[in-house]
Ligand binder design. Structure first.
Ligand SMILES: CC(C)(COP(=O)(O)OP(=O)(O)OC[C@H]1O[C@@H](n2cnc3c(N)ncnc32)[C@H](O)[C@@H]1OP(=O)(O)O)[C@@H](O)C(=O)NCCC(=O)NCCS
Length: 148
C-alpha cells in the first residue's frame, strides 16, 4: 500500500501524539502534535491526517477544507517523524495531499515555513510552491502552489 493518508480518529490519535521532529528541527516546527489536535477542536476548518507507511503512522498533516477570503487553502502543518525522515515519505505524502486537495477543486494551496528550514523549502519548491514574496511574513516564508 505504501504511503497513504488516513483521518485522525479514536483508533490512531494516541499514536499520532508520539510523532516528533528531530531535536534540531524543533526551532522550525515547534508545536507538538497535541497542539494541532487541540486547535482543530476549535477551528472547524482544520482537517487532520495521519501519514501511514503500510500499518505504521510515520507523519502528520493539517490542511484546511475551506478557502480563506482570498481563495487560498492552507496547509498549517506537515511533518514526518524523526525516525522516518529521508526515506521519501515526505515527498510521497505531499503528493497524496495535493491530490486530495485538487479533488476538493482547490486552485491555490498555501503554506509557510521558517526561512532557515532549508529541507522543507527545497521540498516545497520542487513541487512548484512559489514564494509569494521575498519578505518573511510573521516569521515565515509563504509559498503558493497554483493548480490548473
Ligand atoms: C520536511 C520534511 C517533512 C521532509 O520529510 P522527509 O520524509 O524527510 O522527506 P523525503 O525523504 O521525502 O525527502 C524530501 C527531500 O528532502 C531531502 N532531505 C530529506 N531529509 C534531508 C536531510 N536531513 N538533509 C538534506 N536533505 C534532506 C531529500 O533528499 C529529498 O530531496 P529529493 O527528493 O530531491 O532527493 C521533514 O524533514 C520534517 O518533518 N521536518 C520537520 C517538520 C517541518 O519542517 N515541516 C515543514 C514545515 S511546516
Amino acid at each position: 500500500m505504501g504511503i497513504h493518508l488516513k483521518p485522525v480518529s479514536v483508533e490512531n490519535w494516541y499514536e499520532c501524539t508520539k510523532l516528533k521532529v528531530k531535536p534540531e528541527q524543533q526551532k522550525v516546527f515547534p508545536a507538538p502534535i497535541v497542539y494541532w489536535m487541540a486547535e482543530s477542536k476549535f477551528v472547524d476548518d482544520f482537517e487532520l491526517r495521519a501519514v501511514y507507511m503500510e500499518a505504521d503512522v510515520v507523519g502528520f498533516i493539517v490542511y484546511c477544507k475551506n478557502p480563506d477570503v482570498d481563495g487560498n487553502y492552507w496547509i498549517p502543518a506537515f511533518m514526518i517523524d524523526a525516525k522516518h525522515q529521508g526515506k521519501g515519505y515526505g515527498r510521497s505524502a505531499l503528493n497524496k495531499l495535493i491530490e486530495i486537495m485538487s479533488f476538493m477543486n482547490c486552485k491555490r494551496i498555501m503554506l509557510g515555513h521558517r526561512p532557515d528550514n532549508r529541507i522543507a523549502g527545497e521540498l516545497y519548491e520542487s513541487f512548484s510552491f512559489k514564494k509569494v514574496s521575498e519578505e518573511v511574513i510573521d516569521g515565515e516564508i509563504v509559498r503558493l502552489l497554483q493548480l490548473p
